[in-house]
Design a protein around this ligand. Sequence first.
Ligand SMILES: C[S@@+](CC[C@H](N)C(=O)[O-])C[C@H]1O[C@@H](n2cnc3c(N)ncnc32)[C@H](O)[C@@H]1O
Length: 500
Amino acid sequence: MPEMMQTKDKSSQVFTTDLDCQHFTRCSGCVLDTNLDQPPVMEEVTEFFLKQGVAEFTLESGNLWEWRCRAKLAVRGTSMDPQIGLFEESSHFVVDIPSCRAHHPSINATIKLVKEAIQELGIQPYNEDLHLGELRYVQMVVTTFNTTLPAAEWYASGKVQVSLVWNARDEDSIQADRLNKMAELLWQRGNPKSANPILHSVWANFQTSRTNIIFGGRWRHILGESELLERMSGIDISFTPASFGQANLQVFDVLLRRLQKAVKIGSSVVELYAGVGLIGLSLATTRKCRTVKCVEVNKEARLSFEQSLSRLPASVNSNISWHCADASVSPIKWLEGANVVIVDPPRKGLDPPVIEALRTASLRGLGKTKSPSSKTTDKVEKRPWMLRAKQGAVHKESASNWEEEENTWPDTLIYVSCGWQAFKLDYAALVEGDTWYLDDAKAFNLFPGTNSIEVLAIFKRGKKPPKVVKKGSGVRSKSAKSLQWTRAGKRLALGNSKQS
Ligand SMILES: C[S@@+](CC[C@H](N)C(=O)[O-])C[C@H]1O[C@@H](n2cnc3c(N)ncnc32)[C@H](O)[C@@H]1O
């Protein structure tokens, strides 16, 4: 569990939930300066879910500072005075953020090291007007996995996989010459056996495009361990620098454990927008799933999935597969045979064909439409996609050799959302015509300092059953205005004394 979020201001002995960051207002990363445990959006979110009948709606929080274990920062300025940070709102001016309060301390220590290397070696930060310079961006990903230490010390001793985005076509270009020198200097000063052991590994990415796309297609591992592992919810997950990973590991771990409770043991699960398969693999392990299918469009996530798969305990007896495919192309075929569908889309929410397929799957499961196997209905449009998917797929067969279940459709839909505005629209489309109803929801303070939250919503197939009101139980009406949260993220009715 994450640590409690309070810190004690030693002088006044008062608990604070303030950001207290010197970069606030100039840096575009945070919009909240106070009450980081109560993002204002929660008022609307709470009201929404109470209206939908979620009685115990809570916001789970973890650390309010030092929570960010992933950062992609622009490198600009000069070799004498490098600036490493985020762009100022709607501009191309980079705000230097050496003391960011959201970053894991090892990220800030790495920024310092990168700056020293730039200055000492005279590395040229990128100039986008002239399209000149060497170092464009730096990505830093913290791993807290460390089996040589007691688990309680893992987070504080996190090590950084640093990726230098170099303005060169590849490692053989003339412009890449000084990349190795920079990598060696970083490694010499920050390797795990050095006096300042903050680095896990050094990577390069090559990007020469004039666009503001951060990464090019070519990656090279230079120093340190090539595999970065993280232990989440009891399993070891591998991340390459090119694949998506959660920035707030501790709170996502809490979300994952909640999510697992919504999946019955032995379920067949399909996960759309699966990334490296973190959710699916954790379910295969903890919920003894019969089948787990992960669908992800980014081919770079495949290697991570394969590595994580090879690390699962031998006792895991599921049919597990990962498919490199666009979930919005003929999505219905993924849903057939599953009891549970999980969606974890980007901030813009679900692709319209996915919403349509989820609605169709529900109707088929309810017996309200003819239920032809998707294997026959999709044949024509599926062909080119199938060829691609076959190339990109990874499979591990279960020892039990279970048959695929045709004409089974999900009765549980688990939606993990990082985009509240999109979620509201998707929600309306999903519940329309009683195809799905909301069974439960929780919020997670995954991005303290911002006014965004992560929502875990559990839907069930069909029409919501009427509430059974026990005699004498007296259902109270609640409105969001009558609510507030304790600093531990628990809901309190106004009038209760606020916990300090
Ligand atoms: C919010 S991330 C979730 C990843 C994963 N569940 C995790 O927790 O690590 C969204 C993922 O959806 C993928 N994605 C975006 N559009 C997609 C699409 N049309 N089809 C399949 N995957 C998609 C992205 O590449 C990204 O990995």
